[in-house]
Design a protein around this ligand. Structure first.
Ligand code: FAQ
Length: 330
């Protein structure tokens, strides 16, 4: 139900067969190898185009669905300052969704088609947004860990071979960096607060740590798309390597907060120059991306409701655009 709809609808990619087709693919790969960006009007293999549509649309959906867990706390933010910051962050996520849908549209599908796939439950979005936000500390943990993981994954995407995606990523990374800091600042306030606030902060870290590690995707050995995406320089760094980088930068941040990462196997490995960490529960990951996480149904229902309730805005905007076009023509 939650698998990428476009693959199922269009069928398998046809391999290059004739000498001419093979030469065209070789020339394309040579361009990628020479670090020449691919732009919308350039020829590209069908598999490259579909891989990008899959990844960029999943990324766009993640930004939009990602607004929901935080949206739950707008009316309950502890101060006016926190509320204003949270509103700005959620609006940024909407903006990221829009840049990404626009980047995806340069490859063929319309935004309406992509949104329809999400609402029909045929498109994936990040597993992380299917977990509940139970206390205010979860807003801190999302900024610190979820935006932190998002930046780790997205900084290399600024060098993605596809121009519109890479360029969208530049501004997104700047904004995610602000988001990560605001989350860490919430965690600092709680970690330095009352005993109850410290407990809230620790509880949020306990619940978000492992799902944050799952954001980087399956282990490299099980990542079906990685080899081809790396060859096409859509992905620059592997799932496992990004996950390791995230653990390495986040552990000292947790120590500074005086919080404990919920992993008894976590320890510095001086030989590797990295932290070793425990086994991720990949069964949980697969359950969540198959649609059976704690909040999958709730998130999709909320998106569908928001979409239906916003219909009058889309209709009004379209009527206004039509009226202006008529006036201009007259
Ligand atoms: N959740 O072969 P791979 C954010 C799927 S934005 C769900 O390794 P790939 C901002 C994958 O799609 C967060 N599905 O795939 C924010 C594929 O399924 P498919 C989103 C996952 O594409 C913060 C299958 O498993 N960021 O947080 C996940 O090479 C706070 C096999 O996996 C992006 O989308 C997962 N975690 O690598 C907003 C970044 N992992 O399509 C609000 C761009 C894997 O065959 C608040 N995306 N799958 O049906 C990427 O970098 C890549 O797509 C990966 C996966 C690394 C996510």
């Amino acid at each position: 139900m939650y698998t990428q709809g476009l693959d199922g609808q269009i069928g398998p990619v046809r391999e290059a067969e004739t000498a001419e087709e093979k030469a065209r693919e070789a020339a394309f790969q040579a361009k990628i190898d020479a670090e020449i960006r691919i732009e919308p009007s350039d020829w590209m293999p069908e598999g490259y185009r579909r891989t990008l549509i899959r990844q960029i649309s999943q990324h766009a959906h993640s930004e939009i669905v990602g607004m929901l867990p935080e949206g739950n706390w707008v009316t309950r933010a502890p101060t006016l300052r926190r509320k204003a910051i949270l509103l700005a962050k959620i609006q940024d996520e909407a903006g990221h969704g829009l840049y990404l849908y626009s980047a995806c549209e340069t490859l063929g599908p319309t935004r309406a088609e992509l949104v329809e796939q999400l609402l029909a439950g045929r498109a994936k979005y990040s597993s992380i947004f299917n977990y509940p936000t139970l206390t205010w500390a979860d807003i801190g943990a999302i900024g610190w860990l979820v935006d932190g993981a998002a930046i780790m994954n997205q900084v290399p995407l600024q060098r993605c071979s596809y121009g519109p995606y890479a360029r969208a990523m530049v501004r997104i990374c700047k904004e995610e960096s602000f988001h990560q800091r605001q989350g860490y600042e919430i965690m600092m306030a709680l970690a330095n607060g009352t005993a109850e606030q410290r407990r809230m902060a620790q509880d949020a870290l306990d619940r978000w740590w492992w799902p944050a590690l799952m954001m980087f995707g399956p282990p490299d050995k099980d990542s079906v798309h990685s080899a081809q995406s790396m060859k096409w320089k859509i992905k620059r760094v592997s799932n496992d390597e990004l996950r390791q980088r995230f653990v390495d930068v986040t552990v000292p941040q947790a120590e500074r907060l005086g919080l404990t990462i919920p992993d008894p196997h976590l320890r510095w490995n001086s030989e590797r120059g990295h932290y070793d960490f425990g086994e991720i529960d990949w069964e949980e990951f697969h359950r969540v991306i198959a649609g059976n996480g704690p909040c999958n149904r709730e998130r999709l229902e909320q998106r569908r409701r928001a979409h239906a309730e916003g219909a009058w805005v889309r209709e009004a905007a379209a009527a206004y655009a039509e009226k202006r076009a008529r006036r201009r023509a007259a």
